[in-house]
Design a protein around this ligand. Sequence first.
Ligand code: R5P
Length: 294
Amino acid sequence: MKQIVFSIHDADALARRLCDRLGAEYGIAEIRRFPDGESYVRVLSDLGGKHAVIVCNLHRPDEKFISLYFLARTLKEQAAFRITLVAPYLPYLRQDTRFKPGEALSSEYFARLLGSCVDGIVTIDPHLHRFANLSEVYSVETKVMRSAPLIAEHIKKHITHPVLIGPDEESEQWVSEVAARAGAPYIVLAKQRLGDEKVDISAPGLEKYKAHTPVLVDDIISTAQTMMETLGHLRRLGMKPAVCIGVHAVFAHNAFEALKKAGVQEVLTCNTIPHPSNKIDISSLLTEGLKGRL
Ligand code: R5P
């Protein structure tokens, strides 16, 4: 089956890397906005019977979904055999329940929207908290790849005497795996979310790691309040400057700048979302995730 890889929005670098790794054709499409802001999509490559892959960074999904939908529909109408979406960051997973009466269950609605235009999804470390796996919310085939081996490799190569710190109970799934692979101890803290931009973290037991380099690991860094609250505990205990590692560089507002000024040694992320902090390349995981699906 011939493979053709399209990129949409800011995913071009990643799409080209996937083309090289897969030996696939690079798909040509014109995707732009009309002067009034509406989306225009035109597919120029020949699709007949090919397996189409769309690489789309779905960070800020509200700005991107319509053109992704138009592209996927057009590919289908032009006889693509199958359409796989590569979304290294899968959004709308944190609203996985109704926290207050009357709230939209956006994780489920967004899953239905995506499932209406693609046949399968490959992603990296989706935020699974109340869902044990993506199939609980997505009806199309999904393939989840984990960044833990690559993060562990980075830690082993660059950080001496680390202790891994997960800021909340959900982070245990990433932190424990990274720690095991890096051969380092880990500790998971307790977080209470008080609002979109406010969290409270308690950190019993941290003091015994004073001789270590603290390495904070989380899936998403958004407002960076979770990381900064944790850094406050480290500072009060007189621990060494920390390395902050996030899988997905969401960074709302000026969160990246604020975090860098919070006395850290370094802030680094995987390139699931293009950002100056990207240090860990996940393209090999995406190629692996696409194998057997193309
Ligand atoms: C949620 O629990 C996630 O795992 C992250 O901890 C969270 O999204 C980080 O958000 P923020 O950077 O806004 O504190």
